[in-house]
Design a protein around this ligand. Structure first.
Ligand SMILES: [Zn+2]
Length: 120
């Protein structure tokens, strides 16, 4: 195999010297990338101790806690049927979290948040 091929950087710039690359568009390009490829900006919450979660808003299982919810973020009883066994809602910021992967899936809508306020 050609040794030069092996040495080619993974993210080479096709031979354009760095100083000739447009630098002003870098930030914009990154934001565009995030907007068009939301999957790469996937967020996760943290498991700070065994069974203790910390949401990205700072809420933890021991503080305002996490409620079991459905795919819309509506708080449901923690029984299989109404609950799918994995979804949780942050009690502070309304992020909907997959409890199996700790992935942030979405935010509950304002309407749902109001329904939950009545429930609590
Ligand atoms: Zn939160």
């Amino acid at each position: 195999m050609d040794k030069d091929l092996l040495a080619t950087p993974l993210f080479h710039n096709r031979g354009v010297p760095r100083e000739e690359l447009p630098s002003t568009d870098d930030t914009l390009g990154w934001i565009d990338l995030l907007l068009t490829h939301p999957a790469i900006s996937t967020q996760y919450i943290l498991e700070v101790a065994d069974g203790v979660w910390e949401c990205r808003c700072g809420n933890t299982s021991e503080f305002e806690g996490f409620d079991t919810c459905d795919e819309f973020g509506i708080v449901v009883e923690p029984v299989l049927g109404p609950w799918d066994g994995s979804l949780h809602l942050c009690g502070r910021c309304n992020r909907i979290i997959n409890g199996d992967t700790l992935e942030v899936l979405a935010y509950a809508s304002q309407e749902v948040a109001e329904v939950n306020e009545d429930y609590r």
